[in-house]
Design a binder for this molecule. Structure first.
Ligand code: AMP
Length: 283
């Protein structure tokens, strides 16, 4: 596996492979890799000749009060996992290489950045698209694979690609979960033993809510209020949001249809967990 620590190095790797018409898949990550990340690499391998991952904890998507400094870093293990799975190259740029002192731009998202996760993290999606656009320009991939775990992010990046006419196909990877249903996340490392036991109830409660919305006479809002109450009773400290929205356009919905998705963010101590599930309505 080729390890590129500079933009120059990854560009020469890409130039070499593009010269022989190789198709490239790209999977951006912030490291602390788990099976969710690796499933995206495997998706990439199915689609292209060369699969490139990046590991970069992007300071522009963290607010001052967030976990930039404590974000889990497990580079040695990450490299081992990538190598074992047969990833062709990994790009690990430095902050200085990505954002030199005189870096003068930011990509400003103008829709869907201020709902769901964007309410508690207003800076977040601007930071994400800024780094992703840079990474896309550096890697020039044919395919980019993003996880549905961060569905709003996937949605916004897909819009970035279409609005800026980038010649990249974006592919969604399904959410990979622990055996008990907890969506895998690098931030799960923050959970203590007690919190880790409670955490899977987020997914369980989303499934109960999906059933309730489809089957009871209660309104969607009543069902959601009940789910929020259950999560607090289960031991979560705060529910940031639970919302039903369309997967197609992220608009809020009152009635479920075949494109509906439930989105949730909760706090467990200082740890913010997010998850989402598709509602399958068979009528
Ligand atoms: P991150 O390292 O958290 O920035 O995530 C990098 C990529 O991995 C993003 O496209 C995420 O949506 C995706 N990802 C994170 N967790 C999972 C998961 N449990 N299943 C599938 N993809 C995931």
């Amino acid at each position: 596996m080729f390890i590129a620590k500079t933009i120059k190095d990854i560009r020469s790797f890409i130039k070499y492979h593009k010269a022989s018409n190789c198709k490239i898949s790209f999977i951006p990550t912030m490291g602390a890799l788990h099976d969710g990340h690796l499933s995206l690499i495997q998706e990439g391998q199915k689609l292209s000749d060369i699969t490139i991952a990046s590991i970069f904890v992007n300071p522009k998507q963290f607010a001052a009060n967030e976990d930039l400094d404590t974000y889990p870093k497990t580079l040695e293990t990450d490299l081992k996992k990538l190598k074992e799975i047969g990833c062709d190259a990994v790009f690990i740029p430095s902050v200085d290489d990505m954002y030199p002192d005189d870096f003068s731009f930011a990509v400003n998202v103008t829709s869907n950045h201020d709902i769901l996760c964007g309410v508690a993290r207003p800076h977040f999606f601007h930071g994400v698209v800024t780094v992703v656009l840079k990474l896309f320009n550096i890697i020039t991939p044919d395919f980019a694979i993003f996880g549905e775990k961060d569905y709003q992010q996937f949605y916004i990046i897909r819009k970035l690609i279409s609005d800026f006419n980038l010649d990249i196909s974006i592919i969604a990877g399904e959410i990979i979960r622990e055996k008990d249903g907890l969506a895998m996340s690098s931030r799960n490392k923050y959970l203590n033993q007690e919190e880790r036991k409670i955490a899977p109830q987020l997914y369980q409660e989303l499934n109960i809510l999906a059933r309730n919305i489809a089957t009871t006479k209660k309104t969607k809002d009543e069902c959601i209020a009940e789910a929020k109450e259950n999560l607090i009773k289960a031991g979560f400290d705060k529910v940031d949001y639970i919302e039903m929205r369309s997967s197609i356009n992220l608009r809020l919905q009152d009635k479920a249809d075949n494109d509906s998705r439930l989105f949730a963010a909760v706090y467990m101590g200082k740890t913010r967990l997010i998850d989402n599930i598709k509602i399958c309505k068979n009528d």
